[in-house]
Design a protein around this ligand. Structure first.
Ligand SMILES: CC(C)(COP(=O)(O)OP(=O)(O)OC[C@H]1O[C@@H](n2cnc3c(N)ncnc32)[C@H](O)[C@@H]1OP(=O)(O)O)[C@@H](O)C(=O)NCCC(=O)NCCS
Length: 169
């Protein structure tokens, strides 16, 4: 059985290890450590099975610059599951639980840079079709968006800016 719960300070070390092993490099683990200091609300989730933390997800704050106005949203990133626990639905549990929690916090729009075969199952669609442009150069199909509240995206689209901590990844 897998339980998804909020991360606590006791988890920091093992979360770092999960990220290092899942990504095969320290960059995302460093990013998570950096985001803990700046991101509000600080809602990091972990997936636990048999008393062991095996997965981690965070939704980073992003800004959608749209004409004269800025719109606050979140990016589903980073997310990781220990390699030996992947493809068992743990990532999906983290995403689903994370989206429920975001909705409860009043977040209405979530973007993701990721594999176009994975995220559509949660309702993500190409962001370009909604007039959104990513700050980073990524293939169009890899940049996706989900409206948690339909109709909340700025109609004229916008430019999505990530926290500066992402530039080192
Ligand atoms: C992405 C990740 C978190 C998914 O976790 P998971 O527990 O394996 O996810 P699930 O078991 O819920 O889903 C597995 C599905 O995702 C698909 N999938 C996962 N990563 C994928 C990828 N990079 N490309 C294509 N498909 C991928 C698998 O093919 C599988 O599809 P299926 O259900 O049709 O067989 C995990 O693979 C991981 O940690 N990867 C390395 C880090 C990473 O790339 N993080 C995401 C970017 S921040």
């Amino acid at each position: 059985m897998v339980v998804v719960r909020k991360e606590s300070p006791q988890d920091y070390e093992v979360v770092r290890r999960v990220n290092e092993l899942a990504f095969g490099q320290p960059n995302e683990a460093d990013l998570v450590d950096a985001l803990r200091g700046v991101a509000q609300p600080r809602l990091f989730l972990v997936a636990v099975t048999a008393g062991q933390v095996v997965g981690h997800i965070f939704f980073s704050p992003v800004v959608i610059e749209s004409g004269d106005s800025d719109f606050t949203a979140v990016a589903l990133a980073p997310m990781s599951v220990l390699p030996e626990y992947q493809r068992r639905g743990i990532g999906s549990e983290l995403v689903n639980e994370g989206l429920i929690k975001r909705r409860q916090l009043g977040i209405t729009v979530v973007v993701v840079i990721g594999h176009p075969d994975y995220y559509p199952r949660f309702g993500f669609t190409p962001a370009k079709e909604r007039g959104l442009q990513c700050e980073y150069e990524v293939p169009d199909e890899a940049f996706m968006v989900l409206e948690l509240t339909p109709g909340s995206l700025p109609g004229k689209g916008g430019f999505v800016k990530f926290p500066p901590e992402f530039t080192n990844v």
